[in-house]
Every structure is written in structure tokens, then in C-alpha cells.
Design a binder for this molecule. Structure first.
Ligand SMILES: Nc1ncnc2c1ncn2[C@@H]1O[C@H](COP(=O)(O)OP(=O)(O)OP(=O)(O)O)[C@@H](O)[C@H]1O
Ligand SMILES: [Mg+2]
Length: 641
């Protein structure tokens, strides 16, 4: 066992004999100590820091004595135990010294208890120090917490608060502790909190609830937990409240829910549109075939023509749904968005009518983005049409472009956005605006507030899909009666040489041919239709419904294969992968992809150089495109898909 450390004891005695007597008694009682006489105030003050373990002081010393020492200790905030040695008839002195903070007293003529008294006083002081340490630790933890914490007694008076709570009230703890909550809070805040505190006390368990504090834009939401505190006897004498600011988490949660909803609706719309597209392809394809045979029967031809028209309307609707679900074919090019806006200006002027003023401000220095310009026009048009509809009594439509740099701070509030340079197109109107409820639904397909027949509710969902598929995002600011601003952000392309746009294919090719075409399409009815079309036009068709099969068919076929006509998305190997395999061994083979449903999985580069045929297609489109691809010069060794 380690030697107990020697106690450092100060002795205040003007008579050296008395001092020596005390030291002698200590030794006799087995108290290991280093004693130091401090006969006057000066030597006392010099000896109390660092603090000694104990002070033994005579009471009625003529110069410096116990009472003076006790007062000095208190003034300086020192907690050192003082044992007073009184004369035989000094009971009153003892009472005075105890009331001034002495730990104990002994009579000069019976010092036999000295050892015990010293050990007791030192132990008590040690416990007090330990308790102070624990309290300080607890206070530090409570102050460091990211929540506002308070303790109130049963009547509702504050016993303890932490820093966050001080900040929340804008007061110092000294102004809060001891006062009743009713003196500090407005009535409505009290009404939000007090019932839960009482419920916690009554149920003797924790009660959780949300509180909204503040006003207007400064309104914050707190998750508050109240629980009762019991004293050592188990009686509940206080209640503790811990309020955490959850406003940011709540906002992100709402954004996430909204994003998930849009994702789910998008998937649903996309898969319905995809299947529907295949059916329409079959309906439209066969109607055309049949139409060719009914030209000399006008009555039947007319009926069939109605079928075709309805089919085309359905196809247009499907295209909008595909746009929303971000699964339409985009042909991104490097374009200047200022130019795109300038391009639609004339059309907009005509569209919005005379009582709406059109204001265009192109602030973007470099409005360059990798987007499909036709689709961006569609975005602007849809937004402008909505703006016009919101301004039945006239107003202004304002189109602006600007450069913005989205940073981490922006991303915190808009987690779906990407950091970096963007071009923003803002479309504002001075129209009727929207309330929060309307705003939360506007991007959903088929959500409309317009009367029956006036709106399909697909305008903004199309916009949403196009923007997201282009790697951008859209935001809306609107209040009822205050107009609206839609901001569309596209990633800005920095310092890349502009490439010429891909020239549109010239449509004048003959439609028939005798080449061999390998057709890959997993949807059987579509495959049968295309095969029928191509065979009728004189081509030899090799058919396949699966990717692996197609590679085998190509390997087995002894003659040349002039064209692979393939769906993009296939179960297993994708269309482009199959095509690449075939082209690897047959470099003269050309590739044409068909799709209504391009996933982002497909490499954008191969998409841009690919020959494309969008579903649903007409018979004429299939035959013309096939012919064009077959007649186009074969790029030397490059990807030809
Ligand atoms: N600029 C705007 N001002 C006020 N409300 C708007 C504005 N833009 C959109 N809205 C609201 O959002 C709804 C959905 O718009 P969306 O473009 O998707 O469909 P729609 O305009 O009703 O029909 P569609 O565009 O298919 O003809 C509108 O019905 C309208 O309530
Ligand atoms: Mg609309």
C-alpha cells in the first residue's frame, strides 16, 4: 500500500508552546503531517495558495486568529477546513467560529479528539471537492449539449438551465434560475410546454412532443423530451426538459419524401408508358399495313384512319409520360442557353397574347450546357404557357438567364442538386401564384387545378423529367397572389470547344432493299411487326428475342449481315453490347437502335453517335431509317451504332 501523503497543516498560534503542543498531539494520534506556523496575516496569505489540507487556529489570539482567517478564506473563495482551538470557557467563541464556517472546534484542555477531528475534517473537504468536480463536469456536459436543457421544480420555477437555453431566451442563467416560467415565456409558449411537463410528472415517465417556437421565417421546430426527476427519497421534485432543434432534419425529411414520391410515380409512369408504347407500335404498325390494302374502300379506310389518329394521340401522351419518367431519348449537344431563349422569343410573343408584357434579360456570360435544345425549348414553352394561364388579367412574363455557382451551402438546403457551375433559366410571372399545398403537387403527372379540358397536368411533369434527365434540377418560388418564379438549373460546360451539332438526317431515301438484317427485339409482337415490314420490303431478316441468342445467330450465319437492328434495353446483355460484339467480327455491319425507353445506363456517347428510331414508329419511319443507315458511308473503324 502506498504511504499516505503527509498533510500540510497551517497552525495559527501566537504562543509557540501552544503550537508545539498541537504538533505533539498530532504525532501522538498518528496523523502524518508537515506543520507550518503562520503567526500573522501576511504569512497566512502567503501560505494558503496552494491550499493546505487543514488549518488549526487558536481563537483568542491577540493579533491574528481563527475569525480573521475564516473571513479571509471566505473572501478568497478557498474551501480549506479550519479546526478552532478554544479556551476552557470559550463556548461563545466556538459558536461564532462555527457560524463563520469553521469545520470543528476543540478545547485546549482536551485535545485527545484532535486526530479524529483532523481526519474527519480532511475527509469532508475531500468529499466536497469531489462533489464540486462532479457538478462542474455535469454542468460542462449539459452546457456542451446541442439541445436546450432546463430543470424546473414542481411549481414551474427554474432550477437549472444550460447555455443553449440561455441563448434561446436571450438571458443569462442568473436571470432565469429561481423565476417562474410564466414570468419569462409568452402565454402561448407556456401553453405548449406546461401540459407535457405536468403529464411527465403525473405519469412518472418521459413525454415526447414537438414544439414550434418563433415567428414567420424564424419559426423553428423542436423535439422536446420531458421527464420527472426524483430526489434521494424517490419523491418526484422536479422536471427536466431537453429540446432539440429538428427544423433542418424535418425540412430534409420532407424533401426526401417528395423526391421518393416523384421517383415512385416516375417509375410507375415509365413502366406503364414503356409497355403501352410497345402496344401502340403494334397497333399503329398494323393499321398502316392494313391501310395500304384499304385505299380502294374509302368507308373502311376512314374508320381505320380514326384508329390511327387515336393511336397517335396516345403516342403523344406516352411520350410526355416517358419524358416525366426521364426515359425519353435525349440528344444532348453543347448549346448556348441564351441562344435557345432568344430562339423561342418570337414564338412566346405570339403565344402569350397582347396583355402580357414579355421581358427577356440574358445575363449568363457563358450559357453553355450539354442539353437537348429541342427539349429545353419544350421546358421554356411549358413554363411560359403556365405563366400565361396564371395571368388571365394580364401582367408580365420575365425570362432571365444567369450564371451561378452552386456551393456546399446551397447543397445543404438542396441535397438533390450538384455542386459547381450552372446556368439558370428563370421564368417568372406576375400572376396568381400558388399556395404551399398546390406547390407540393405541381410536378406530379396529371395534377392540375385547371378546369376539365383546360389542362392535362402533364406540363410540369414533362419539364421535371427533362430537367432531371439533363442532369439539372428545378425550383419554384411562389406565394398566392404574388406570382411565381421557376428556376431551371443546368450544369454549365466550362472551357470546351463547341462542336458542330449533328446534322439532321436527310429524308429522301428509297425504302426497299435486299440486304440481310439481324433483328433483336425482346417484345415478340413488335418483333413480328418489324420482321413483317422488312420482309415485305425485300430484306432478309434474321430474328432473335434474346441477346445471347443474337450473338449465336450472327456466328452461325454464313453470309454477310448488313445491319443489326436492335432494341437498346434488353434483359442480360444490352443492345449496344450485343452490337459491339457482332461488329467486332463483322466490321462492315451497321447498327440501328430502336427505343422508346433509353435508360441512363446506356453510355451517353454511344447514344449520341447512334442511329436512333424512337418508338412508337410508323412503318414508313422504319423503312426509311433502315435504308438511310444502310446507305450512309461507313465511318472508318469508328463506332457505327
Ligand atoms: N406559373 C404558375 N402560376 C400559378 N400556378 C401554376 C403555375 N405553373 C403551374 N401552376 C399550377 O401547377 C399546375 C400543374 O401545372 P402543369 O403545367 O403540370 O399542368 P397544367 O398547366 O394544369 O396542364 P397542362 O400543362 O398539361 O396543360 C397547374 O394546374 C397550376 O395549378
Ligand atoms: Mg401547364
Amino acid at each position: 500500500m502506498p504511504e499516505p501523503a503527509l498533510l500540510r497543516i497551517l497552525i495559527i498560534e501566537d504562543n509557540p508552546d501552544d503550537g508545539a503542543l498541537l504538533e505533539h498531539e498530532l504525532r501522538r494520534a498518528g496523523v502524518g503531517a508537515v506543520c507550518m506556523p503562520v503567526p500573522d496575516e501576511r504569512s497566512f496569505l502567503a501560505a494558503i495558495s496552494p491550499a493546505p489540507d487543514l488549518i488549526l487556529a487558536g481563537c483568542r489570539t491577540p493579533g491574528f486568529g481563527a475569525l480573521a482567517a475564516l473571513r479571509l478564506l471566505r473572501q478568497r473563495g478557498h474551501d480549506v477546513p479550519v479546526i478552532v482551538v478554544i479556551s476552557t470557557l470559550g463556548d461563545e467563541d466556538a459558536v461564532e467560529c462555527l457560524s463563520e464556517g469553521a469545520s470543528d472546534y476543540l478545547r485546549k484542555d482536551s485535545l485527545g479528539r484532535l486526530g479524529l477531528a483532523v481526519r474527519n475534517a480532511v475527509e469532508q473537504a475531500r468529499l466536497r471537492r469531489q462533489e464540486r468536480g462532479e457538478h462542474r463536469l455535469l454542468q460542462a456536459v449539459v452546457d456542451g449539449a446541442a439541445a436546450a436543457i432546463y430543470v424546473k421544480d414542481i411549481e414551474g420555477r427554474f432550477l437549472l438551465v444550460n447555455r443553449r437555453f440561455e441563448a434561446l431566451l436571450g438571458m443569462h442563467s442568473g436571470e432565469i434560475v429561481g423565476r417562474h416560467a410564466a414570468e419569462l415565456y409568452p402565454q402561448e409558449v407556456l401553453e405548449q410546454l406546461r401540459p407535457h411537463e405536468l403529464a411527465a410528472l403525473a405519469s412518472r415517465s418521459a413525454v415526447e412532443h414537438e414544439v414550434r417556437l418563433g415567428e414567420g421565417a424564424g419559426m423553428r421546430t423542436y423535439l422536446s423530451v420531458c421527464f420527472p426527476l426524483a430526489d434521494l427519497d424517490g419523491a418526484f421534485h422536479a422536471v427536466c426538459g431537453i429540446a432539440t432543434d429538428i427544423s433542418d432534419a424535418k425540412r430534409l425529411e420532407a424533401q426526401l419524401r417528395q423526391a421518393q414520391k416523384m421517383e415512385a410515380v416516375g417509375q410507375l409512369a415509365g413502366s406503364v408508358a414503356h409497355d403501352f408504347n410497345n402496344l401502340l407500335t403494334v397497333i399503329l404498325g398494323y393499321s398502316q399495313l392494313l391501310a395500304g390494302r384499304l385505299v380502294d374502300q374509302p368507308g373502311l379506310f376512314h374508320i381505320l384512319d380514326e384508329v390511327r389518329k387515336a393511336g397517335e394521340r396516345a403516342a403523344a401522351l406516352t411520350r410526355q409520360l416517358l419524358a416525366f419518367s426521364r426515359n425519353q431519348v435525349l440528344l444532348p449537344q453543347l448549346v448556348d442557353l441564351n441562344a435557345v431563349v432568344a430562339e423561342v422569343e418570337t414564338m412566346l410573343r405570339r403565344l402569350i397574347g397582347e396583355n402580357v408584357e414579355l421581358v427577356i434579360t440574358l445575363r449568363a456570360q457563358s450559357g453553355r450546357a450539354m442539353v437537348d435544345p429541342g427539349q429545353v425549348e419544350q421546358v421554356i414553352l411549358n413554363l411560359a404557357l403556365n405563366a400565361r394561364d396564371a395571368m388571365s388579367n394580364g401582367g408580365a412574363l420575365i425570362l432571365e438567364t444567369d450564371d451561378v455557382e452552386l456551393d456546399a451551402v446551397y447543397l445543404q438546403r438542396h441535397p438533390y442538386a450538384r455542386a459547381g457551375p450552372h446556368v439558370v433559366i428563370a421564368v417568372s410571372d406576375t400572376g396568381q401564384g400558388m399556395d404551399a399545398e398546390t406547390r407540393s403537387h405541381i410536378f406530379e403527372p396529371f395534377f392540375t387545378t385547371k378546369e376539365k379540358g383546360k389542362g392535362t397536368g402533364l406540363g410540369l411533369s414533362t419539364v421535371y423529367g427533362i430537367v432531371r434527365q439533363s442532369g439539372g434540377h428545378i425550383e419554384v418560388y411562389s406565394e398566392p397572389g404574388q406570382g411565381s418564379t421557376f428556376r431551371v438549373y443546368f450544369p454549365r460546360v466550362v472551357a470546351v470547344a463547341a462542336r458542330p451539332a449533328i446534322p439532321a438526317l436527310v429524308v429522301a431515301a428509297p425504302r426497299a432493299g435486299s440486304e440481310t438484317i439481324l433483328l433483336l427485339e425482346d417484345e415478340e409482337s413488335v418483333r413480328a411487326l418489324v420482321s413483317h415490314l422488312l420482309t415485305s420490303a425485300g430484306y432478309t431478316v434474321l430474328e432473335s428475342g434474346s441477346s445471347t441468342d443474337t450473338v449465336a445467330v450472327a456466328e452461325r450465319h454464313p453470309g454477310p449481315i448488313h445491319l443489326v437492328l436492335s432494341d437498346v434495353i434488353m434483359p442480360g446483355m444490352s443492345g449496344p453490347e450485343v452490337a459491339a460484339r457482332i461488329v467486332a467480327t463483322r466490321p462492315e455491319t451497321r447498327v440501328l437502335f430502336t427505343s422508346g425507353y433509353t435508360a441512363n445506363l446506356v453510355d451517353r456517347k454511344s447514344l449520341r453517335v447512334a442511329h436512333f428510331l424512337e418508338k412508337p414508329f410508323t412503318a414508313a419511319q422504319v423503312l426509311t431509317t433502315v435504308r438511310e443507315v444502310l446507305d450512309a458511308p461507313l465511318p472508318g473503324g469508328d463506332a457505327r451504332g
